[in-house]
Design a protein around this ligand. Structure first.
Ligand SMILES: C[S@@+](CC[C@H](N)C(=O)[O-])C[C@H]1O[C@@H](n2cnc3c(N)ncnc32)[C@H](O)[C@@H]1O
Length: 227
């Protein structure tokens, strides 16, 4: 049987690579951690990728194994979920992994301008009832937050089972005239046949939610675009 939430929260508190700051990221009038990820957390200047809504952190850990010269931060409001990725990365001695418990709405409180190079959105909640779409992680308000922490032209990857989120993302991309780098409505049906081995290997990483949707026969959609 798996550990309960309480045990996971307790163990998270002992992990040096897990950060669970106050939700708005401000302590005593100062932004928490902003601008310190390279120097204080990773001890190098390697590029930083975020997995937003990381759940158990499969992409964070798997990408960190494949790319030791890059840094990865899994972000989720639910610490007991990313405990899994935190535990695995600690046991494996991965030094290029961290986890941050916060609401993605506050992400710009935790990273400085240009501090982040790439974002992965893995099976984000599609928010079907959100008619304006402002709660979706690819909506204009969220892209504005990402622009506060990434250089112009930085890449966002969206992997989703949700036709709602996939179509909505295309609408935002069109409205904002953004450049799509890779796109497919059916990752396993056709995309993996037309991409190089490295990208195929990355796209074959499967998260807990992805496995669930695949077992229910859902198609997996992917869009990689430049902000
Ligand atoms: C559907 S799950 C996907 C989890 C994981 N990426 C996967 O594919 O298995 C969405 C995750 O996003 C997190 N989440 C949703 N909205 C969030 C927000 N505004 N801020 C932080 N985390 C959020 C949830 O806690 C949940 O773990």
């Amino acid at each position: 049987m798996g550990k309960g939430k309480l045990k996971k929260w307790e163990e998270n508190a002992t992990f040096e690579h897990v950060f669970e700051p106050p939700l708005d990221g401000i302590i005593g009038g100062r932004d928490f951690m902003k601008g310190t990820w390279h120097s204080e957390v990773f001890g190098n200047n390697n590029p930083i990728t975020l997995e937003l809504g990381c759940g158990k952190g499969e992409y964070t850990v798997e990408l960190a194994r494949r790319y030791p010269n890059r840094n990865f931060v899994g972000v989720d409001i639910k610490g007991h979920r990313f405990w899994r990725g935190a535990k695995i990365s600690k046991n494996e001695g991965l030094t290029n992994v961290a986890f941050l418990r916060t609401r993605i709405e506050f992400i710009a409180q935790f990273f400085e301008e240009n501090e982040v190079n790439e974002i992965w959105l893995t099976f984000s909640d599609p928010q079907p009832k959100d008619e304006k779409g402002n709660k979706r992680l690819t909506s204009a308000p969220f892209l504005a937050r990402y622009r506060q922490i990434m250089p112009a032209g930085a890449v966002v990857n969206l992997k989703t089972d949700s036709p709602i989120l996939y179509t909505f993302t295309h609408e935002v991309i069109a409205e904002q005239k953004l450049e799509i780098l890779v796109d497919s409505a059916d990752v396993y049906g056709e995309l993996i046949q037309r991409i190089d081995a490295e990208m195929k290997d990355v796209l074959m990483i499967q998260t807990a939610f992805e496995k669930r949707w695949l077992s229910e026969g859902c198609k997996i959609h992917f869009t990689k675009f430049k902000l």
